[in-house]
Structures are given as structure tokens and as C-alpha cells.
Design a protein around this ligand. Structure first.
Ligand code: SF4
Length: 293
């Protein structure tokens, strides 16, 4: 029988694992627990937690609540969320990722320092406009930070004035480097340019890891939700490395005919794929292979 392996570098990052663990601990107490935004971008996992009693809400619903418990997910929140919680007697279960919290503090300190010096420094965040993490980051600067999604937007910066650049934790390293190079080449006069690499390696190393994993097996089952953008990128990398790569969302999607009894099978997934989903796939493949013998 061929070997079956689950990629231990696939699946949720530690920030998300920690948020889910916190949610489960609270839910076990049997009280109502609200979560501000989807705890993870994976419908099946959100539904599993909702069956345990988790109620997902948006910011508008959050501001209407009083005297309840609300979990903040790994992406982090701006200061205004904590202020509303205080006013409305909401108990916060803070599952903001420590990496994101450190980045928020860095941006806040920088903003306050520059403000104290009355420097006209532009705090720039390379990230996705409207993304929950980015909202939490710009909240540290009273929304004064400038968000840049791609190099094409760099003309909005004033290169005669200081620039201090940060990145959302999940942006690609090469894109960040490109932004740095362009800004550097445009700076004028005595204006200062500082940048901080704040990209989380839990995500940025996924592509080399998945390429490495895909080469180790004859056939790969890539498990992810259809809407996962990270899933699409990683799946394409995997398939480019190993053409016998199949995208599945549940074990029901496995095509029995593509598996051969001597195949070594790899199971991997996106950053939003829970380990238990990959384990279900593994169990199904074990059954299929045993039937082929
Ligand atoms: S900072 Fe890294 S570990 Fe934390 S939530 Fe984001 S990707 Fe996950």
C-alpha cells in the first residue's frame, strides 16, 4: 500500500488555531458567545463552531449589543471596538493574534512619535483596503495611515515628505520588496524613508513549503473551500509542481479512479483548511486504497 501523508505545514496558522481554541473554551461554559466577523475564512469550520453556539456578528450588530461576551478574532481590531465594548459593558475575549498586536503597537508608537515631533510623516500600510486586519492597523493612527494595495497606487504619496512603510501580515514578500524599491527610487531631497518588514512567515513560507511537499508524492489532494483565495494560489503552485494534484472541498469530491494502489498520496491545503478536514480525507483514502488491494 502506498504511503499517505498530511502536510503538517498546511492548514490554520497559530493565530487562527489559538482563536478557535479560545472560542471552544468559552463555548464549553455554555454561555452565548458572539464573534465579531468570521472566525476563519472557511464556511465548514464556521458552521461547526456555530453549531456549538457561536454567533457571528458584524460591526453594526456589535454596536447594538449590551452585557454580552464577544470574541475578537485573530485579525485584531481598532481601538474604537474596545471603546464600544467598554461603553456597552461587553466582555471582550481577545483572540487577536500576538503578531498582529505587536504590529498594531509598532504603528501606534510610530504615529505618536512622529506626531510629537510634528513631523509630517506619511504612515503607509501595504495591505488590502477594508480588510479587518488593515482596519485594525489604520485605527492606530486615527485613520491617518495611507493604504497602498499595489504598486500602481504609489503616485498618491508625497515623496518630498517622510514615509514610513509597514505591511499587512499576509502580503507577499516580493510585492513588498517591489514597493520598497519604487519608493526608495522616488524619494526627494532630505525626506526620510523607513520601512518595516512585518510580513508573517506563517503565511509567506507556504508556497516554498507546498512546492516541496508536492514533489514528495505521486498524487496530491489539495483540500480547501472554493472561495479561499489563498487556496487558489497554493493549489496552482501545487499543480504546477505535480500535475496529479486534485482540488477537493470534502472527501466526497475524491475521484476514486485517479488513485492507484501503489501511489504515495499527499494531502495538503490552504491556510483556512482545518486539520480535521485533511484527516477526514486521509481516512477516506485509506479505505479506498484498502479496497483496491
Ligand atoms: S499574523 Fe500570522 S499567525 Fe497571526 S493570524 Fe496572521 S498569519 Fe496567522
Amino acid at each position: 500500500m502506498g504511503q499517505i501523508e498530511i502536510d503538517n505545514k498546511s492548514g490554520f496558522c497559530f493565530g487562527v488555531v489559538n482563536a478557535i481554541k479560545k472560542a471552544e473554551e468559552e463555548l464549553k461554559k455554555g454561555e452565548v458567545l458572539y464573534c465579531l466577523g468570521d472566525i476563519v475564512h472557511n464556511n465548514i469550520e464556521v458552521e461547526r463552531l456555530e453549531k456549538m453556539g457561536l454567533r457571528t456578528i458584524n460591526h453594526e450588530e456589535f454596536s447594538q449589543l449590551r452585557n454580552v461576551k464577544v470574541l475578537l478574532r485573530a485579525h485584531g481590531e481598532p481601538p474604537s471596538t474596545y471603546e464600544i465594548a467598554k461603553q456597552n459593558n461587553i466582555e471582550i475575549i481577545d483572540a487577536s493574534c500576538p503578531v498582529v498586536l505587536r504590529l498594531q503597537k509598532k504603528i501606534k508608537d510610530k504615529y505618536e512619535h512622529e506626531h510629537d515631533l510634528s513631523e509630517d510623516t506619511q504612515i503607509v500600510i501595504y495591505g488590502k483596503r477594508g480588510h479587518a486586519e488593515v482596519n485594525g492597523l489604520i485605527g492606530q493612527t486615527y485613520s491617518k495611515a495611507i493604504v497602498i494595495e499595489a504598486k500602481g497606487e504609489l503616485e498618491i504619496l508625497d515623496y518630498t515628505k517622510n514615509i514610513c512603510l509597514f505591511s499587512q501580515t499576509t502580503k507577499p514578500l516580493d510585492g513588498f520588496q517591489e514597493i520598497i524599491d519604487i519608493i526608495q527610487s522616488r524619494m526627494i531631497g532630505n525626506a526620510r524613508f523607513e520601512y518595516y518588514d512585518t510580513i508573517c512567515r506563517q503565511v509567506s513560507n507556504r508556497i516554498p513549503n507546498i512546492i516541496d511537499f508536492a514533489t514528495k508524492h505521486d498524487i496530491i489532494f489539495f483540500v480547501a473551500g472554493k472561495k479561499s483565495s489563498n487556496g487558489k494560489v497554493l493549489f496552482e503552485e501545487c499543480r504546477r509542481t505535480n500535475p496529479r494534484t486534485y482540488f477537493i472541498t470534502t472527501p466526497n469530491d475524491i475521484d476514486y479512479t485517479v488513485i492507484n494502489k501503489t501511489d504515495s498520496v499527499g494531502i495538503c491545503g490552504a491556510t483556512s483548511t482545518p486539520m480535521w478536514q485533511m484527516e477526514e480525507v486521509e481516512m477516506t483514502i485509506v479505505k479506498i486504497i484498502s479496497q483496491l488491494r
